[in-house]
Design a binder for this molecule. Sequence first.
Ligand code: G3I
Length: 321
Amino acid sequence: AQLNSLARAAGLEYFGTAIGGGQTGDSQYMSIASDTDEFGQLVPENGQKWESVQPNQGQFNYDSGDIVPNVAARNGQILRCHTLTWHSQLPRWVSSRSWSREELQSVIEVHIANVVGHYKGKCYHWDVVNEAAEEDGGWRGSVFYNTLGTDFLPISFNAAKAADPDAGLWYNDYNLEYNQEKTERALEIVQIFQDAGAPIDGVGFQGHLIVGTTPTRDQLADTLRRFTALGVDVAYTELDIRHASMPPSDQALATQGDDYANVVGSCLDVEDCVGVTVWGYTDKYSWVPGTFPGSGAALLWDENFNKKPAYTSVSSVLAAA
Ligand code: G3I
């Protein structure tokens, strides 16, 4: 049995991967991504983002956004949908204008009604709001926060609920794993949703981590439990663990395996941790080297589609559960 089958036998709902738009023409890539023994869930890496689906005001286009959902439907894979209210990959018509509160609320509501409506019934989870907190625990100064304060949070969730009452609605962020100031702010964000009566179902831990600095399994599980104690589900939504220097030594590849096992193991240890999604599965395609030059090899298969030690570690920790 492979990763998704093992994950399901261990009590998770899925083990999944992101797929980038440019990769759907790579048949070797797609045959592994479509193997439901490995991956029971897919998410588009970029196609559903605001700049892609509403590049100009009122002009909606789902050509890129539909590619991965169609693959998932064909294969019978769960679909996570990503993402609605986010400061990045946001077209300039939204980010570089000054809006009144009423105008921006309407812009968010129209976007979400259209996009969530387009995918109605297909998205198991929506990452409704992405990355609202800064590293130091402050609020990210996006057009959304700067115009609406924290009201943009419930506005987004209520719009998503209205457009697809059956989709799970998630807040998603990175570096929550370290249980520092940003984690405190994310806990407060959950409470803001709950106090506003907004329908939050889960918190996504993106899991963009670094080999050798990943917290232990127990530390990670404790952090996840701080969220599940508030009554929301959790998941790892964008897991990759990069080497800070390249190429990795055999020792570094083994450490990467231990780090992956700690992350996946922590999800197994927490009752309401529902699944693990890797942000791509092969080092042939990854956002990491472009964003962190000199870093890389963050995924489970190498660039020639050979399984790495990290694959074996994940497989073993799932099999042992
Ligand atoms: O499609 C254009 C292409 O037409 C153009 O020629 C080329 C030149 O720069 O850019 C292409 O767009 C790139 C796009 O990925 C598609 O490949 C963008 O430049 C590039 O910035 C974009 O990066 C994406 C990044 O989000 C943007 O913030 C990564 O692929 C994607 O993996 C990454 O994913 C994010 C999650 O959504 C949220 N959490 C963090 C995660 C990693 O940054």
